[in-house]
Design a protein around this ligand. Structure first.
Ligand code: NAI
Length: 328
């Protein structure tokens, strides 16, 4: 049997963890020929529930699942891991200011970055799902000085998938007819879902839609505020769709994206499109050879410029706040 790939999932007892682990174990992340060994990381109050999930994973008798172990210690949880899904995070509690939230999450993502640095596999790839995802990824990367920065990414694929779905519904097409949608900036309400380079069945999306007001007044806010709409409808936040997006992100990262199109991911900025170097911001990206590349040289019109700058300004504020807290 091929050597199993070690995959660590934090927040394994949470709702995204529950929607994610069975898909990873069934081969949807790494494909039908790659066995996986799962390491589930929780905080002590979540360990018992994670052990229950591990029992259910055993009960599925997945042919690709080489083992499941549960940990409450990050160093053990990330030992030998090649794929780290950082899902567990501290949610915003009542009366919590943004700086409190950033500090509480710094207390999670700094030690996890250090544990990845200490013991993860040489080829480790990290996807941060737990919010505020971009800045949590920045903190984790800063505490893993021996791991290249481009191995730390933040998830904006759910926003990307939401944009595909909204545009397909509006144009009466299939999501597979749509190419080159982009999510720019932060995974927050300031994100900019951009269809100015997108095509629908080979035609420019803006021409097919032919309604600029729909783009600004309906499409952009619907995508950016979809998370809140799901909470309103379901009574809890997106879980299966978030797990699905995490699978999409990591599958594309490890298997590559088609030449013809691109996707969106929070990756470390190289200064492209005026985004300060070192920030983890969402960009249009392609993957090949196990690396994300920012799609170069797109023309950015004034409207897009303003929207990108606004979301990036929020990322700069978050970075400066965690710097002040001594987390960077
Ligand atoms: P949840 O509350 O159901 O589960 C979170 C789990 O993380 C809990 O079991 C908790 O015990 C665990 N946890 C907390 N601190 C931990 C630590 N230090 N180490 C290991 N585990 C820890 O939350 P849910 O719904 O699974 O969401 C998880 C995160 O994903 C949240 O921050 C949420 O905002 C975020 N999210 C991000 C999305 C994105 O598109 N980037 C989309 C949807 C959710």
């Amino acid at each position: 049997m091929t050597t199993p790939v070690t995959v660590t999932v934090t927040g394994a007892a949470g709702q995204i963890g529950y929607a994610l682990l069975f898909r990873i174990a069934s081969g949807q992340l790494l494909g039908p020929d790659t066995p996986v060994s799962l390491r589930l990381l929780e905080i002590p109050p979540g360990v018992k529930a994670a052990e229950g999930t591990a029992m259910e994973l055993d009960d599925c008798a997945f042919g690709l699942l080489a083992g499941v172990d549960v940990f409450d210690d990050p160093t053990a949880g990330f030992d030998g891991t090649s794929i780290a899904l950082l899902v567990g995070a501290r949610p915003r509690g009542p009366g919590m200011e943004r700086s409190d939230l950033l500090e509480a999450n710094g207390g999670i993502f700094a030690p996890q970055g250090a544990a990845i640095n200490a013991g993860a596999a040489e080829d480790v790839r990290v996807l941060v799902v737990g919010n505020p995802a971009n800045t949590n990824a920045l903190i984790a990367a800063a505490h893993a000085p021996d791991v290249p920065d481009d191995r730390f990414t933040a998830m904006t694929r759910l926003d990307h998938n939401r944009a595909l779905s909204q545009l397909a519904a509006r144009t009466g097409t299939a999501v597979t007819d749509i190419e080159n949608v982009t999510i720019w900036g932060n995974h927050s309400a300031t994100q900019y879902p951009d269809i100015s380079h997108a095509s629908v069945a080979g035609r420019p999306a803006l021409e097919v839609v032919d309604d600029p007001a729909w783009v600004t007044d309906s499409f952009i806010p619907t995508v950016a505020e979809r998370g809140a709409a799901i909470i309103d409808a379901r009574g809890s936040s997106s879980a299966a769709s978030a797990a699905n997006a995490a699978i999409d992100h990591l599958h594309d990262w490890t298997h590559g994206t088609p030449e013809s199109s691109w996707t969106s991911a929070g990756v470390v900025s190289d200064g492209s499109y005026g985004v300060p170097e070192g920030l983890i911001s969402s960009f249009p990206v392609r993957s090949s050879g196990g690396r994300w590349q920012i799609v170069p040289d797109l023309e950015i019109d004034d409207f897009s410029r303003g929207r990108i700058d606004a979301s990036v300004a929020e990322l700069v504020e978050e970075r400066d706040a965690v710097r002040r807290l001594g987390l960077l």
